[in-house]
Each structure stands twice: as C-alpha cells, then as structure tokens.
Write a protein of this length. Structure first.
Length: 278
C-alpha cells in the first residue's frame, strides 16, 4: 500500500527526467566547454563562457531585460487587477463568459499576435491612421522599434498570467467579510483597502512572478517590436544558438537566466510564507 503513491508519481518523475532534467544537464555540460572555429564543441573544460557571460559589456542588456520585464509585469498587474476584480465580484452569472473573452485572444500563437502589433504600430499602421484621422498628430509617430513597443508586447503577451491568479484569490475570498465590513459602516474604499486588497495579495504576488519570469526570457517581443538597442538577454541567447552557433556561450547565458528566475521564485516563496505567518 505504501508503494502506491510512488507508482502514481512514476509518470511525473519520468516526465521530469526526460523532458526537464536531461536537457538541463546537456545545457550545463555544454556551458563548460569551448567551441571550435568549425562550431564543434570541444571536450575541454573551461569557465571562459561564464566569464564572457558576466562581462561588464553584457550588463546593459541584463539591465534592459530586468527593466522591460519589470515594467511589463507592473503594467500587467495594473491592467489585470480591475479585470480580475470585475469578473470575480461583479460579473455574476456571466463570469465564465468573461473568462472566455479574456482568454480568447490567447488561443492563437504568441508569434502571430506579436506580428499583429507590428501592423498596428508601424508608421502606416492602424494606430497612426487613427491619430492622423482625428487630427491628434500632424505626421506619423515612430511607435515601432521603440522600448515602449517592446514593453507593450510583453505586457500583452503575459497579462493573463497576472490576471488569473488575482481572479483566483478574489474568487476564493469569503464574501461574507465584505458584507460584515459594510454592516460596520465601511465605505467601498475602506472595504477594498482593509478587506479585498490584503486577501488578494497572494494572487498579486503570484501574478507578478508568473508574468515577470517568462518576460525575462522572452525574445519575440524585442525581436519584432524593438530596435537594435532594445535587445534583451533572450535575444542574445537566440543569437548564440541560431546565429553564431556558439552553443556553449548560449548555454552559459541560459543558466544565468535560470539562476535569476530561480532567485525570483525563492523570493516569492519567502514573501508568501511571511504572509501566511501573519
């Protein structure tokens, strides 16, 4: 009987070993080896890839990555919280309908949706056409190939990851607490500040993590919506694998990115445990 749980976990363990641990071990192995001029991985051991990855010349890209990912995560929370609040507490019987409408655009490919933003933001795109038609601007604006376009693409791409955890926290909240606060004379702002916001904070933290971590490794938004000076660390990794064919250096960069993501997860876990202790 005691062996039954392990039997149930066997498919999960096999999945972890084959699809996660094995590729990760391959990346770790490659990161400690040099590459020949013929793009072959040599059997020698070296730390040169990590020294190159930690070179001060890469700090601007690293800082830009954190800036773009952090800005996108913050905007996703700002935009997603009211949506989650409305669906969880105000939508009533139409809750499922609004959830479907929220997720409907994301049933298509992320790449296709990013290309759609290219057509909207380009000089002769839809947004400039509307601005010119309304007389708001006298000439087309440079909206594409800018930091704002990259942040917009990241925000749009990962906003469901910020919205859904908040919705779950608000949905699971005991609604009787709101009624009790209202019976005690609290107004809507006080109810939100003292009841709703504290109870939804775990969802906010989870949404921040779930939107920030994938945005760190994204390269599609910067590649399609940004310019040469808007590249992120994901673009640098992509170039090493598909452009320069320097897989060991790309592996070292990937592992540094994994370490940063893991640090974010650990920080979230500590904050979450601190909230539970309170």
């Amino acid at each position: 009987m005691r062996k039954t749980p392990w039997k149930l976990l066997a498919p999960f363990i096999l999945f972890e070993l084959f699809f996660i641990l094995a590729p990760l071990c391959s990346v770790v192995w490659q990161s400690f080896h040099p590459v020949s001029p013929d793009y072959e991985i040599l059997p020698q051991w070296t730390l040169a890839n990590y020294r190159k990855a930690l070179d001060p010349a890469n700090l601007p890209i690293l800082g830009r990555t954190f800036l773009y990912a952090g800005s996108a995560s913050f905007l996703a929370l700002i935009l997603g919280y009211p949506v989650a609040y409305f669906i969880a507490l105000k939508a009533g019987r139409r809750k499922n309908l609004f959830l479907i409408l929220l997720m409907l655009p994301f049933w298509t490919s992320y790449l296709i949706r990013t290309y759609a933003w290219m057509t909207i933001l380009q000089t002769d795109g839809l947004l400039n056409y509307l601005l010119l038609s309304l007389g708001i601007v006298s000439e087309p604006l440079q909206l594409l190939n800018t930091p704002g376009a990259v942040i917009l693409g990241l925000t749009y791409g990962f906003i469901p990851f910020a919205t859904l955890p908040i919705f779950v926290s608000l949905e699971q909240m005991d609604k009787r607490l709101i009624d009790a606060a209202r019976d005690l004379g609290a107004n809507d702002f006080q109810i939100f500040k003292e009841v709703i916001w504290p109870l939804s904070l775990p969802g906010v933290l989870a949404g921040a993590l779930l939107s920030f971590v994938p945005a760190l490794g994204d390269f599609v938004a910067a590649e399609l919506l940004g310019g040469p000076d808007d590249q992120m660390i994901g673009n640098l990794i992509q170039q090493q694998y598909l452009g320069s064919f320097n897989w060991p250096f790309g592996s070292a960069l990937s592992l540094l990115l994994i370490v940063m993501m893991t640090a974010g997860v650990i920080a979230y876990a500590r904050v979450e445990s601190g909230e539970e202790e309170r």
